[in-house]
Design a protein around this ligand. Structure first.
Ligand SMILES: [Zn+2]
Length: 173
């Protein structure tokens, strides 16, 4: 009997869909220009503007856009933010806007968007993909730290075969 094809996880499905539009995703670390191009490949315009929120996926009025605070560091956190919001657009369609860091980092949809955003900066071509355990501090100046669990190669299914790393990004320019 042939081996059963495993159903892709939501994150695997998202990665495939983004990569189909822009091959660089999850192969190389994306630049700001890459992130804007990736969004454009999905028909989404990215707008930098003076704003309180770091990023918003705006679906309410006019064409769907990703609004990004112009204070953000474009070498990292802004890239994460664009790709995080794009993951919502692709994977979690609906009538509501998404605000970065809201409603909470630990909801299922947030977790998926966080992993996809992480892969934009720290690619894992072919997976297996990490889990983002924590992102902090979302509301302060300075560095944002990501606590990330990576599966140990070849042992994805074994409980406990994960190694935890902390990755840092500068929040503002
Ligand atoms: Zn989100």
């Amino acid at each position: 009997m042939p081996l059963q094809q495993r159903t892709p996880t939501p994150v695997e499905a998202l990665v495939t869909r983004l990569q189909r539009k822009y091959r660089v995703f999850n192969r190389e670390r994306l630049t700001w220009e890459d992130a804007v191009t990736l969004a454009a490949a999905h028909g989404i315009q990215v707008e930098l503007r003076r704003a309180q929120r770091d990023a918003i996926l705006s679906v309410g009025f006019g064409p769907t856009r990703i609004l990004v605070s112009d204070r953000l560091s474009r070498s990292g956190w802004a890239v994460f933010s664009v790709v995080h919001e794009l993951a919502h657009y692709v994977g979690h369609p609906g009538p509501r806007d998404y605000y970065l860091c809201s409603p909470g980092w630990h909801h299922k949809t947030e977790s998926q968007a966080n992993v996809v955003g992480l892969l934009a900066l720290w690619p894992r071509p072919g997976g297996p993909y990490p889990k983002v355990l924590k992102i902090e501090p979302p509301a302060e100046d300075g560095l944002i730290s990501f606590v990330v669990a990576y599966p140990v190669a070849g042992h994805v299914e074994i409980a406990g075969a994960w190694t935890t790393r902390t990755l840092m990004l500068q929040r503002y320019r």
